[in-house]
Design a protein around this ligand. Structure first.
Ligand code: APR
Length: 253
């Protein structure tokens, strides 16, 4: 690892885990930063805008009620963008780690499909997914990524007798993240909790490091810059996930 680009706290405590690595339960939580090197814009860039929109104008239930056309077109553009991006070395390193280490849970705040495309099919998407759409009536999700599903017109569901309007299958601000029971159970029982590419502003995701600390796990962060919850981590590696994560995970294996 290139120490000149990393602020490493308690590095040796981290690597001591190698002694019993096969038994070590590892949970990784990823955020927008892991997909930045693939060309997916993060949410909190310097200008405070997400793809030229304020987050509250496109990522809240109120926005969907007030201007569904704007919100729909915004997410359809994000869904089409999936074809323009591909997994980077950080996604690939996690897929490789998952193959070699059975005691592993991957949680992501990201709605892109880059973990799956790298080979991590069991990824838990706590903030939803772009590849699926959700029926407003039944709340069932359905995969809808055919070419005819990617235009700007609203789409209707396949689950109801009278087809209902579909909404993006995204957890917006003010909504409850998905699969939280599973997530808390994995974090409460892990030995090592690693966060990659997240600014630590959005809860409950940003609070999972505290759950891991309370459970006695070692906590580690890989991020471009110090996030809002930096003080909660045992060990911090500052830099690009695509450069640092393969090395960190390689050392663990
Ligand atoms: N490698 C590592 N970290 C990076 C990289 C990189 N190449 N590029 C950017 N980062 C870091 C940034 O420094 C920032 O701290 O990734 C972080 C991204 O932060 P956010 O854009 O706030 O993304 P995230 O924390 O995932 O946002 C959480 O907020 O808008 C909601 O639901 C949305 O899931 C999202 C949630």
């Amino acid at each position: 690892m290139n120490d000149s680009c990393c602020y490493v706290r308690e590095l040796h405590r981290g690597l001591a885990i190698k002694d019993g690595m096969e038994e070590t339960k590892v949970v990784v939580l990823t955020g927008a930063g892991i997909s930045a090197e693939s060309g997916v814009r993060t949410f909190r860039d310097g200008d405070g805008l997400w793809e030229e929109h304020r987050i509250e104008d496109v990522a809240t239930p109120q926005a969907w009620m007030a201007d569904p056309v704007l919100v729909w077109r915004f997410y359809q553009a994000r869904r089409r963008q999936l074809f323009d991006v591909k997994p980077n070395p950080a996604h690939e390193a996690l897929a490789n780690f998952a193959q070699k280490h059975s005691q592993f849970t991957l949680i992501t705040q990201n709605v892109d499909d880059l973990h799956e495309r790298a080979g991590n099919d069991a990824t838990i998407h706590m903030h939803g997914r772009l590849r699926t759409l959700r029926c407003e009536q039944s709340e069932r999700s359905e995969p809808r990524m055919d070419e005819r599903d990617l235009g700007d017109e609203f789409l209707m569901c396949k689950c109801c007798a009278t087809p209902q309007r579909l909404r993006p299958d995204i957890v917006w601000f003010g909504e409850t993240p998905m699969r939280m029971d599973e997530i808390y159970s994995a974090v409460e029982n892990c030995d090592l909790f690693i966060v990659v590419g997240s600014s630590g502003h959005v809860y409950p995701a940003a609070g999972l490091v505290n759950v891991a600390n309370t459970a006695g796990a070692k906590t580690m962060l890989v991020n471009l810059e110090a996030p809002a919850n930096a003080d909660s981590f045992d060990e911090i590696h500052l830099g690009k996930a695509g450069e640092i994560l393969p090395e960190v995970l390689g050392l663990l294996l």
